[in-house]
Design a protein around this ligand. Structure first.
Ligand code: NDP
Ligand code: 8X3
Length: 248
């Protein structure tokens, strides 16, 4: 039976790379995102293996309606909860409230509602859920309170979901990457191309294709194996120490 994956945020970066890799390996791919032109271009590239669905992760009713998909797109073997974004890396009290709400609604509310709606489908096929968390879930940095908080939610949600799904055969994984060069920083900085290029300059970030290969590996492991969490970084990214505020 042909396998089906639903990838949120297939219009760019990690999601688009996964759509290409899964389709190249014979899966049917349902790809979502707000930018219909990008989805149509991906459909032109991937052909009948790709079903484009223009969808905003903040439209919770639209997400729930995905449970109504039927026919060859009705079965589901993998839900890849990938859509997400970060607000500018500024201290919380300097951030725009609406921007923060957008991040929380997309990274948390949309992911929870979509997963809840599709779990019965995944249970039918003994499928899998792979969630995009981040190293920001574990390692704090200045300006990361809301983004890191949402990704810590995704990590813990993934682990707790494993308990709910005990005995169903459904696998759940939290993928926790460091720096991947995608549109992520462009979005985070409000479209500042120079800032994005500066962040990834003179180091070797991971690529969207690196993540797609990792996700493919997790998804295609023997079904008696569950990767709970998987943290990965570019070799050239590492850890900073504590900050100490000194007097004078
Ligand atoms: P990109 O910005 O390249 O892609 C983000 C994707 O999310 C786009 O397809 C975008 O689609 C979609 N998206 C964002 N907001 C919404 C929304 N409201 N409704 C629907 N889709 C939305 O970033 P990445 O590929 O890097 O990010 C993918 C995931 O990986 C995110 O969850 C991110 O937090 C995580 N991650 C990224 C890292 C990195 O360094 N790049 C590191 C660790 C984790 P559209 O705009 O068309 O709606
Ligand atoms: C983003 C990872 O390292 O750019 O999720 O903060 S990092």
């Amino acid at each position: 039976m042909t396998k089906v994956v639903l990838i949120t945020g297939a219009t760019a970066g990690i999601g688009a790379a996964c759509a290409r890799l899964f389709a190249a390996n014979g899966w049917r791919v349902i790809g979502t995102g707000r930018r219909g032109d990008r989805l149509r271009a991906l459909q032109d590239e991937l052909g009948e293996a790709f079903l484009p669905l223009v969808l905003d992760m903040r439209d919770l009713n639209a997400l729930e309606s995905l449970a109504e998909l039927s026919g060859e797109w009705g079965g589901l073997d993998l839900l890849l909860n990938n859509a997400g974004l970060a607000p500018p890396a500024e201290p919380l009290h300097e951030q725009d409230r609406e921007h923060l709400e957008q991040v929380i609604e997309t990274n948390i509310s949309g992911l929870v509602v979509l997963t809840r709606a599709l779990l019965p489908r995944l249970i039918e096929r003994k499928g899998a859920v792979i969630n995009l968390s981040s190293v920001a879930a574990t390692y704090p940095y200045r300006g990361g309170a809301v983004y890191g908080g949402t990704k810590a939610f995704v990590r813990q949600f993934s682990l707790d979901l494993r308990c709910d799904l005990a005995g169903t055969g459904v696998r759940v994984t939290s993928i926790e990457p460091g720096m991947v060069e995608t549109e992520f920083t462009l979005v985070r900085t409000g479209g500042d191309q120079a800032a994005s290029e500066a962040l990834y300059a003179n180091m070797e970030p991971m690529t969207a294709e690196d993540l797609a290969q990792t996700i493919w590996w997790v998804a295609t492991l023997p079904t008696h194996l569950n990767i709970n969490t998987l943290e990965l970084m570019p070799t050239s990214q590492s850890f900073a120490g504590f900050t100490v505020a000194r007097k004078g």
